[in-house]
Write a protein that binds this ligand. Structure first.
Ligand SMILES: [Ca+2]
Ligand SMILES: [Ca+2]
Length: 194
């Protein structure tokens, strides 16, 4: 087949002879496939934006330290009403919202690393409305002297420190003065757990 024939065939495939009815069906399908999902997505985004504008929450400290405590404060909630918390780390519970629309509470943190999500709902009319969402990380606190990161300061850390003595090894340079020396050994000794 000659190149000119190939080209003609290709152009024909690009311009198929659609009837007007088929065109209407095609356009309707395009509408269903593209426009409706896009409209739904943008209206959902708009709704989320209005939720964020309505009420906000924050956590301190951030990130939360495993085994410690954290405090959540929030504002912009419906005043003098319960906030219903649905969470990934603590199940569900209610928190009172004061007359200014603020809330605050303190809880013990999870003992291990986690990602916690807190969704807060309030009753508006007969509906439970999502007012705010907060997600935070729970992290292990780094122990000074725990060079190998196994959670204990012991002989294994001491042997790593000894093997890197006099070098600039950043893991064993516990005080960050650029050299592994007696000061790093004393940090290790102070936190010794055996
Ligand atoms: Ca260790
Ligand atoms: Ca040092």
């Amino acid at each position: 087949m000659r190149a000119a024939d190939l080209l003609r065939q290709y152009r024909k495939s690009l311009n198929p002879p659609y009837t007007s009815n088929e065109l209407v069906i095609l356009l309707s399908l395009l509408f269903l496939l593209l426009v409706i999902p896009l409209t739904t997505i943008s209206s959902r985004q708009a709704r989320q934006l209005s939720i964020q504008a309505a009420a906000t929450m924050s956590v301190t400290p951030n990130p939360v330290i495993a085994g410690g405590e954290f405090t959540i404060t929030g504002s912009g909630f419906n005043p003098d009403q319960w906030g219903y918390f649905s969470t990934s780390c603590y199940g569900s519970f209610n928190v009172a919202v004061d007359s200014a629309g603020d809330l605050s509470f303190t809880r013990p943190a999870p003992i291990g690393p986690a990602t916690c999500t807190f969704d807060v709902y309030q009753t508006e009319g007969k509906k439970q409305v999502l007012k705010a969402t907060l997600t935070f990380e729970v992290v292990e606190m780094e122990k000074p002297g725990d060079i190998n990161g196994d959670g204990v300061v012991n002989i294994f850390d001491a042997s790593i420190l000894a093997s890197r003595w006099g070098t600039a090894d950043p893991d064993a340079d516990l005080n960050g003065n650029g050299v592994v020396d007696i000061f790093d050994a004393s940090i290790l000794a102070l936190n010794w757990e055996g």
